[in-house]
Each structure stands twice: as C-alpha cells, then as structure tokens.
Write a protein that binds this ligand. Structure first.
Ligand SMILES: [Zn+2]
Length: 242
C-alpha cells in the first residue's frame, strides 16, 4: 500500500466514524475498503457481460457511416432491482462522487476486457464524450452525472474526455415516453462544438442509462451531420434496459 493510499484509508476511517457512509443499494454501512457500494451489492449486480445486444442501436450506428467502436454496458437496469438505486442516487441525490466511482469500477472491467486506447479496433477508445446536460438543468443539479461517469471510466482506461457534445436546449423528462416520443423529445437537442477535435479519434458516447437508445441515436446522428470524421464511434452506459 502506498503512502497516499494509506493516508486515504485513514482519512476514510475518520470520516466514517463521524458520518458513516451507507451503501445506496442496501443501506448498510460501507466498509472502509468499499468504494461507492458494498461488496455484496457489487457482486450481486445484474451484469450483462459488458454487452449491448440491440440490433436497433447497431443499425443506428451503422447508418452513420462511421466504423463501429465498442458497445458496452455494465448491468441490466430495472426499477424494481436495488441496483437501480445506484443510478438514482448518483443522479438525484447530489452524489457526483458516486457517479465517478461507478465509472471507475465499470472502466476497470472494460480495461480487463481489453477495451482502451491501446486496443485494436473495434475495441479501441481514446476519447469519451458524455451525453451533455443543458446548462439550465446543470445549474439545478450542480453536475452532469454522465460527465462524472465519463471521468471515472477515463481514469480507469487512461484515456481522454471531451466536451464536444453540447445540449442546445432543455428537454422534458423521458420517463413514461415510448421510443418514438423519446426520439421526438430529443430531436435537435444536441450540437457538436468544434467537430475537428473528433478527427481520427476512437470516440465513445457515455450515458448513465440507455432505455430506448433515442438519446444515443440523436448524439450519433449529430456527429454525422456536423461532418466530424472520427476513426470509430462506440457507446458506453452503466445501466441498460434494452
Ligand atoms: Zn449494499
């Protein structure tokens, strides 16, 4: 254990004795060695072998004409499963630290699976782009959970993050909308700032949860529309309901 790690562990112990951290999934107190969620909940996550089996998303990415990068998701998202509390807490409970921590755990599993900046295509990723929040929503929440997830993944993969994707307008909540309604709701919502920064990069768009894929489709379509020329285009998400 390095001096820095030892110091961090002692600081965690002192912080835990003052204000014990709780696992967002089960509510039990976290051990000093736990990161974000407790070990039993981490082991119980309904993982999906880091796969996104969605012909619709594959077809959508194919229609951009950009070579396909990795399509990876960490676990199946269900409102009725305790694991969904990870996403809800990271998003709505002022916990950007939890979002980043989950990104780091997801990223370390991606790295172990051979995804990263040094991997050959189609597993290469060297630039992560979070799905952006409109600034009015950012002001209300104080952070963009997808950007925090992005930073955590980037720390694990040792790759760059960018802010080329920009939300041009706020949109109403996607909850309780079907696929077509969601697509209409996000149509024209994004733009690309300085498309040349994507030139030749192996990029992946990062979101917290993919439900119908409408947001990802709109982001990918905008990357194509703006004339950006990345080497490949992938998709990463913590949760997946598809
Ligand atoms: Zn737990």
């Amino acid at each position: 254990m390095t001096d820095k790690c030892r110091q961090a562990t002692w600081l965690s112990r002192i912080a835990d004795s003052i204000l014990p951290r709780a696992c967002p999934c089960c509510g039990r107190a976290l051990a000093v060695t736990d990161t974000g969620i407790c070990l039993p909940c981490l082991l119980r996550l309904p993982r999906n072998d880091l796969r996104i089996d969605s012909p619709g998303l594959e077809q959508m990415l194919g229609s951009t004409g950009i070579p396909k990068g990795p399509l990876r998701s960490w676990f199946r998202y269900s409102h009725t499963d305790n694991s969904s509390k990870i996403i809800r807490t990271a998003k709505y409970a002022d916990r950007p630290d939890l979002a980043r921590c989950m990104g780091r755990l997801f990223g370390s599993e991606l790295a172990a699976a051979g995804v990263g900046p040094d991997a050959p295509s189609p597993s290469a990723i060297d630039l992560l782009l979070p799905v952006p929040l409109h600034w009015t929503k950012w002001l209300r929440r104080g952070y963009n959970q997808s950007a925090e997830i992005c930073r955590g993944i980037a720390e694990a993969l040792q790759c760059d993050t960018g802010n080329a994707l920009v939300a041009t307008r706020a949109h109403a909540t996607q909850t309780h909308r079907d696929r077509n309604q969601r697509r209409m709701n996000v149509a024209g919502r994004f733009t690309i700032d300085n498309p040349s920064q994507l030139e030749g990069r192996h990029i992946a768009i990062v979101d917290d949860v993919i439900t119908t894929g409408a947001t990802m489709a709109e982001c990918a379509a905008e990357i194509r529309r703006c004339g950006a020329n990345p080497a490949s285009l992938g998709i990463l998400s913590i949760g997946l309901t598809l």
